[in-house]
Design a protein around this ligand. Structure first.
Ligand SMILES: NC(=O)c1ccc[n+]([C@@H]2O[C@H](COP(=O)([O-])OP(=O)(O)OC[C@H]3O[C@@H](n4cnc5c(N)ncnc54)[C@H](OP(=O)(O)O)[C@@H]3O)[C@@H](O)[C@H]2O)c1
Length: 287
């Protein structure tokens, strides 16, 4: 598996997104664990999660606890696996997503995440989304405190603009290691943040890199260019999407979600798919 740099860590160029295994429509635990184990077998060493990846209000951290159990029951060595979690979003249980970016809340949320993950320090902690009710500097200040106190080993932000990336990096004294924003063939407006991260040498993790849980399966039907290149290479359009994202900059680390082993096993093959300059031009046109 090809590797990419994430702060002081080296991780697989394709990560595993944990959300489909814990929100509405999730599979049973056996299939989720099989999916995580398949990813590990394939050399995936980055797993993305969040305390808010759960369905019902009384099961905060469902995905974090699931990942911890799957790592514990895996037969092989997992010491090089980086579990990246997030805080700042909440799910009251009615299907909605709410926010809390208050520093005191984030400090407690991170400690609760560490407990569920069964670690003394969280490998990578991401501020999930700016809270309009709280000054951004105050929320990121809490992330800095967590870093300084050793509750987290690496600090990151998500759903951030270019200005917020610069502000967060300054607050963190240049220790911002990654940015996680939505980016896919269907959602390209965060290319500006991707390019900003590339210029700064900060990792960029596209979320919903296949267009999201409900749209990933028919990516090829929605984007002709991806279907065409996929047919030429005899691979899936999803592999083409991930290979295109990887080729945009060496800082890009897509985190496709999966709830079936087959999905992540197909996705990891994107690291072997080499696209020509003409194909990159074609795929980079809006579709
Ligand atoms: N920071 C944020 O605000 C934020 C927001 C959303 C998501 N995320 C993170 O980003 C991750 C990825 O986003 P996402 O899960 O929303 O959307 P996604 O990765 O675009 O799509 C996920 C779906 O793609 C399917 N899939 C994966 N690989 C495939 C393949 N090779 N061929 C066909 N289908 C494939 C999976 O199907 P099966 O379920 O059938 O396996 C899965 O349900 C999440 O899991 C989460 O960790 C972060």
């Amino acid at each position: 598996m090809i590797k990419r740099t994430l702060g002081s860590r080296t991780v697989s160029a394709i990560g595993l997104g944990g959300m489909p295994m814990s929100i509405e429509g999730r599979p049973d635990e056996q299939r989720s664990v099989a999916t995580i184990h398949a990813a590990l077998d394939a050399g995936v060493t980055l797993i993305d999660t969040a305390d808010a990846y759960h369905r019902d209000a009384n099961e905060v951290g469902h995905n974090e606890a699931l990942i911890a159990r799957a790592l514990a029951s895996y037969g092989g060595d997992t010491s090089d696996v980086l579990v990246a979690t997030k805080g700042g979003h909440l799910r009251p249980g009615d299907g909605s997503w709410t926010q809390n970016g208050r520093p005191e809340y984030l400090l407690e949320a991170a400690k609760a995440s560490a407990k569920r993950l069964g670690v003394e320090a969280i490998g990578l902690y991401q501020f999930h989304r700016p809270d309009p009710a709280v000054p951004y500097a105050e929320s990121v200040g809490a992330i800095k405190q967590l870093l300084d106190e050793g509750v987290i080993q690496l600090a990151s932000i998500s759903n951030a603009s270019v200005a917020q990336i610069d502000e967060a990096n300054a607050i963190l004294d240049g220790r911002l290691v990654s940015v996680q924003n939505q980016f896919s063939p269907a959602f390209r407006s965060s290319l500006v943040e991707l390019e900003h991260c590339a210029a700064l040498g900060i990792a960029f993790l596209p979320w919903s890199p296949l267009g999201g849980i409900r749209r990933a399966a028919d990516l090829g039907d929605r984007h002709d260019a991806f279907a065409q290149v996929a047919a030429d290479h005899q691979v899936s359009p999803q592999q083409v999407a991930l290979a295109w994202e990887l080729a945009l900059a060496p800082v890009v680390i897509p985190i496709p979600g999966a709830s079936r082993p087959e999905s992540i096993l197909d996705s990891v093959k994107a690291v072997e798919l080499v696209l020509t300059a003409d194909e990159m031009t074609l795929l980079s046109q809006p579709s």
